[in-house]
Design a binder for this molecule. Structure first.
Ligand code: ATP
Length: 241
């Protein structure tokens, strides 16, 4: 479905944020990308979602292919039309708009009214708390609820591949567990997921496959369960001595 080959990305021509990354997201799977601060995870997502140029980044070489379409040099709207929708790091919901207005904003590119209504129903089924609070302003929601809203808004565009950038950031462990369950449910309903996370426990718990990025390069990759058993992942990412 998504295939990245020998990707090199720089910022301002100098900072080499991604250095020769190759990666696959097979149809119907959850793929996790782990790595510490500055490893290049966000840069990878920006390249896929077409937002790289907004951050003055540039693809120097390599390819990103989604269902047979080259994604390098596409803009975010084109990426969304192809079925790639990103939930940005830090959530970035519209605080002054109501929950329902936030969701509608996510479905704006979709002209099919019936499909939009169905998408909204699906979001409310998945997140009953959003239905209860549909007329409240986004800013009044808790951090966890705002993350649910950001995910719900992305689902309104009916993605084929959902791109999640550190959904657990700043949330309590219990809420992080809920986010993991939500990712699993979205995947069960047929959406593939690329999950960028620093929380390796959550990410490896829900993912089929995982890649570990280290200063812009893939240092480890494979079956998520097998990776979680390796010494390196246990020590560096799961906090075991
Ligand atoms: P984090 O978890 O902190 O978001 P990350 O793994 O997502 O880290 P990136 O944000 O992709 O990493 O950053 C990779 C490298 O690129 C870092 O050295 C970072 O400083 C640099 N970088 C990211 N965005 C820019 C930018 N807009 N301009 C210049 N350098 C940038």
């Amino acid at each position: 479905m998504l295939s990245i080959e020998s990707l090199h990305v720089t910022y301002g021509g100098a900072v080499q944020a991604v250095r020769g990354v190759s990666m696959e997201v097979p149809d119907g799977k959850v793929v996790a990308v782990l790595g510490s601060n500055g490893a290049g995870k966000t840069t990878l997502l920006r390249t896929i979602s077409g937002t790289l140029r907004l951050h003055r980044g540039r693809v120097e070489s390599g390819s990103v292919n989604f269902d047979g379409t080259d994604l390098v040099s596409r803009d975010p709207a084109q990426a969304v039309r192809l079925g790639l929708v990103q939930v940005p790091e830090g959530r970035r919901i519209f605080g002054r708009l109501t929950v329902e207005e936030n969701l509608r904003a996510g479905g704006m590119g979709n002209r099919d009214k019936a499909a939009k209504a169905k998408a909204q129903e699906r979001v409310y089924d998945m997140f009953p708390v959003l239905k209860e609070r549909s007329s409240q302003r986004g800013a009044l929601l808790s951090g966890g609820e705002q993350q649910m809203l950001a995910i719900g808004r992305a689902l309104m565009a009916s993605p084929k591949l959902l791109l999640l950038d550190e959904p657990s950031l700043g949330l309590a462990p219990r809420i992080i567990g809920q986010i993991g369950e939500v990712v699993a449910e979205i995947n069960r309903q047929g959406t593939s997921v690329l999950l960028v996370e620093q929380n390796a426990t959550m990410a490896l718990g829900v993912a089929d496959l995982a890649y570990v990025l280290d200063v812009g390069e893939v240092s480890l990759s494979g079956d998520a369960r097998e990776l979680s058993q390796t010494d390196e992942v246990q020590r560096l990412y799961l906090g075991h001595d």
